[in-house]
Design a protein around this ligand. Structure first.
Ligand SMILES: NC(=O)C1=CN([C@@H]2O[C@H](COP(=O)(O)OP(=O)(O)OC[C@H]3O[C@@H](n4cnc5c(N)ncnc54)[C@H](OP(=O)(O)O)[C@@H]3O)[C@@H](O)[C@H]2O)C=CC1
Ligand SMILES: C=C(O[C@H]1[C@H](O)[C@@H](CO)O[C@H](OP(=O)(O)OP(=O)(O)OC[C@H]2O[C@@H](n3ccc(=O)[nH]c3=O)[C@H](O)[C@@H]2O)[C@@H]1NC(C)=O)C(=O)O
Length: 338
């Protein structure tokens, strides 16, 4: 974050912004132009109309310059081509449950992923559109006596977001259940990635490092028979309800757990005395210290400052550098060091 605008902000894990397209600049690409709508190849693009507040579970974010919803893989390709032809940077968003948008908005095109098909290839093998709700898939598969995604119940993301982040809980991870992944490259080509290509790690997948990934379009899961899968799923969900503030506006865990220290980020934050600590409308949850809540009118600056302060305090107290799990979306591409 080299720009003066962001000098005082904490270093959040940056989203892998699509860089292939030419860049717009804040001075000649105002985020506050008058709203309009136009159609192209059956897609409706909104200009300066959509607020990112409505697209993130945190309920934070200003206007985006361009916004389009896609319901099929071919529409996603069209949307990406449109961005390419018009030199727009773009991002694919699922449920916005892992993103921190800026109050200044986003100067490119936000593509909302609504590709929600589910195809049963054979018993235990599901091919699922990347916009399919991950939560629903977790309940559905467990109800059918299939094991592998019981942990997904209660997770507010999409299948694409979960695969991209390798979401996990209760000792299970998304990547463990994935057989293949279908993607679109920045050149607009479809590609199939096999299990061996995917290199999943704790909250990471090969997708996060792929320079030419435009979007994950579908994921094929291979699940195992387990009679007690539904009971396990219900137990995990109950545990989640007891320990996490699911009714509040959050983005799940803000920080990754430190590796090999045998202590969670939540415990470090709690032991720093920060539960309930508030900056503006942003607050460290009293229920779970690694969940930060928008308790009313939080700005992106409030949240960024809270993240920075928690990070600094934990470092001063324990010498541990916490690393963000949430992804900060820069309003302008020039503000990144990418
Ligand atoms: N374990 C838990 O309890 C919780 C877990 N989570 C997890 O956080 C993640 C958020 O999911 P979701 O809300 O849908 O994601 P988001 O809409 O928050 O998107 C997060 C990032 O994932 C990338 N992404 C999302 N969908 C796609 C796709 N189809 N293809 C390529 N990249 C994609 C986007 O990258 P880009 O912008 O570069 O396109 C985006 O920056 C999930 O893994 C979810 O399970 C969230 C809350 C709680
Ligand atoms: C919510 C997310 O995933 C969650 C996932 O739901 C849960 C359940 O398995 O396990 C991880 O949380 P977590 O490590 O904080 O798990 P928890 O079981 O809640 O807590 C771990 C430990 O921290 C302690 N703890 C927890 C909360 C708190 O306020 N204070 C505290 O001291 C608990 O007592 C426990 O000893 C994932 N988070 C990360 C960063 O790995 C997410 O990724 O967004």
């Amino acid at each position: 974050m080299s720009s003066p605008l962001f000098q005082s902000r904490p270093l959040l894990l940056l989203k892998p912004t699509r860089k292939i397209f030419s860049l717009s600049h804040p001075q000649n690409n105002s985020l506050n132009r008058s709203p309009s709508t136009h159609s192209r190849n059956g897609l409706t693009f909104l200009r300066h109309k959509k607020l990112l507040t409505d697209l993130s579970t945190w309920g934070i974010g200003g206007p985006c310059n361009h916004f389009v919803q896609v319901f099929e893989q071919t529409q996603l390709v069209s949307a990406i081509r449109y961005c390419k032809e018009n030199s727009l940077r773009f991002m694919i968003i699922g449920k916005g449950s892992n993103c921190l948008f800026d109050d200044l908005g986003y100067d490119g095109c936000v593509i909302l992923n609504r590709i929600e098909f589910l195809e049963k290839i054979e018993h235990g093998v599901y091919r699922v559109g990347s916009g399919y709700p991950f939560n629903r898939l977790g309940v559905q598969s467990a109800t059918e006596g299939l094991s592998g995604l019981e942990f997904a119940a209660g997770i507010p993301g999409t299948v694409g977001g979960a695969a991209f982040m390798n979401a996990g809980a209760n000792g299970q991870e998304t990547g463990d259940a994935i057989d293949t992944m279908e993607i679109i490259t920045c050149e607009g080509e479809f590609q199939m990635l096999n299990r061996g290509d995917l290199r999943f790690g704790y909250r990471s997948s090969v997708c996060q490092d792929m320079k030419n990934l435009a979007a994950i379009t579908a994921v094929t899961f291979r699940l195992n028979n387990l009679e007690s899968a539904r009971d396990r799923q219900l137990e995990y969900l109950e545990r989640r309800k007891q320990s996490q503030p699911l009714r509040e506006r959050s983005a799940g865990s803000v920080f990754r757990n430190p590796s090999d220290l045998g202590v969670s980020a939540a415990e470090l934050i709690e032991r720093s005395g920060l539960k309930g600590f508030k900056i503006g409308g942003a607050m460290v949850s009293n229920k779970h210290a690694n969940f930060f809540i928008n308790c009313g009118g939080a700005s992106s600056q409030d949240m960024l400052e809270l993240i920075g302060l928690v990070k600094k305090t934990v470092y001063q107290k324990f010498g541990v550098k916490l690393k963000e799990e949430v992804l900060y979306v820069h309003p302008y591409i020039e503000d990144t060091n990418l």
